[in-house]
Design a protein around this ligand. Structure first.
Ligand code: MN
Length: 422
């Protein structure tokens, strides 16, 4: 089982010849998120197994810290099926400190992400599967995959760090001081946000924080695929295999990266997933029936594009309703009922009943009459009450100020109580 320090001291023999290893990198399966998660992960892993020698999975393989046993069971069966890429020519050695263990299979090599991470002292599900021999948890270990059959053995060494809170990533990488292994093609696997790619994430680590000298860096966490070169570092992020956030950039094809160590090239392989469409419609002073008609048309077009596929659709409605039309008049949820048999529809209605014109009018009044926002607000409240047919004489004497005050602070019950007096 344990060879005598074969990798512990690392043979200095430089690697000279061509490498002919293929790596498949698939990530963020989010097992347990929905029914698509397991099926789409399986499709990507088995397709990768057919084309690559080594399968890598950089984190968020499960959706929750303590997944249901049914979910774990389903994942185990998929990981078992995915074992054995490279047609029996790959031998895998796991190095942990000074202990080396050669495996009798070629399992998926992964790490835990932010979704599986648990507090110190508690077991995360990726480590659980590692102990059970279902997959390899690469966190703080070296995993060497060696391909036999050529003139010289081709070796790839994978090292990695499981997900940590973003603000701790740079420090954690420094403390773990990862070093590439001579004689191997070196891969570094992690699961973090990267500031160069997500600039709004100010706590995120940067490319410079990654350990130097690795031939390839693979990351999970970001759900849409990216390939990035920065200061000699080649980073690939395959994105998730399932749509979890329903953002516009999740509508791009999903799949995995196939990386060839020979040409040092990554190729994205799209795999079959439930089609996902993101549609955003903008309106200006529209009537509810106009909004619904346009929305229906957009959804019908989606159905024509992806017939018989039960697509997942996110429809965002933005802009303004015609003046005087209350927000409640737009029944966007009726669309979900109407199309529910043909698609997995989620409508996000952000229609505002104050039109741009109204907003400009509001600001103009504030400036011209040099009134405070509260005073202008009270004028508008009076106007709206008049529109509703409520005459000032019908209100309790001099209550508008108090009524406005209560409404502006969200004290609806107290405002109601005020109107109930007398
Ligand atoms: Mn994720």
């Amino acid at each position: 089982m344990c060879s005598a320090g074969r990798w512990g001291l690392f043979r200095p023999s430089g690697f000279g010849g061509l490498l002919h290893l293929k790596l498949a990198v698939a990530s963020d399966f989010h097992f347990g998120f929905n029914a698509d998660a397991a099926e789409q992960a399986r499709t990507a892993l088995l397709d990768g197994k057919g084309k690559a020698d080594v399968l890598l999975a950089p984190g968020d393989l499960f959706d929750t810290r303590v997944p249901r046993q049914e979910t774990v069971h389903e994942a185990i069966r998929i990981f078992q099926e995915a074992k054995g890429a490279g047609e029996g020519r790959i031998s895998v050695t796991v190095v942990e400190g000074s202990v080396e263990r050669q495996l009798d299979t070629n399992p998926v090599i992964g790490i835990y992400g932010t979704h599986e991470r648990r507090a110190k002292g508690l077991t995360n599900v990726i480590e659980l599967l590692h102990s059970a021999g279902v997959m390899v948890n690469c966190h703080a270990r070296k995993v060497i995959a060696e391909k036999s059959g050529g003139k010289k053995p081709d070796r790839v060494c994978i090292q990695g760090m499981g997900g940590v809170p973003e603000e701790m990533a740079a420090q954690a990488l420094k403390l773990m001081s990862f070093k590439p292994v001579p004689g191997c093609f070196n891969v570094f696997m992690f699961h973090q946000s990267v500031r160069e790619l997500i600039p709004q994430d100010e706590s995120a680590m940067t490319m410079a924080d990654l350990p130097d000298g690795f031939d390839l860096y693979v990351n999970g966490h970001i759900h849409w695929r990216q390939e990035f070169h920065e200061a000699g570092k080649h980073l690939i992020i395959p994105g998730s295999t399932v749509v979890t956030q329903m953002k516009a950039n999740e509508a791009n094809p999903k799949g995995y990266y196939l990386y060839d160590t020979d040409g040092r090239k990554a190729e994205f392989v799209a795999t079959k997933t439930r089609p996902f469409f993101y549609r955003e419609l903008k309106f200006d002073s529209a009537l509810p029936q106009q909004v619904l008609a346009e929305a229906r048309e957009a959804l019908e077009t989606v159905l024509r594009t992806a017939p018989h596929s039960m697509p997942q659709v996110k429809l965002k409605l933005a802009g303004t309703l015609a003046g005087g039309v209350p927000q409640g008049a737009l029944e966007a949820s009726s669309l979900e009922r109407e199309f529910g048999q043909k698609m997995l529809l989620s409508v996000d209605s952000q229609m505002n009943s104050m039109s741009l014109r109204d907003k400009i009018e509001f600001l103009r009044r504030m400036r011209e009459q040099s009134k405070s926002a509260a005073e202008v607000g009270m004028d508008i409240l009076k106007e709206r009450l008049r529109q509703k047919g409520v005459l000032p004489s019908e209100l309790p004497a001099n209550c508008e100020g108090e009524l406005f005050e209560l409404l502006s602070q969200g004290e609806v019950d107290k405002a109601m109580a005020l109107l109930m007096v007398e």
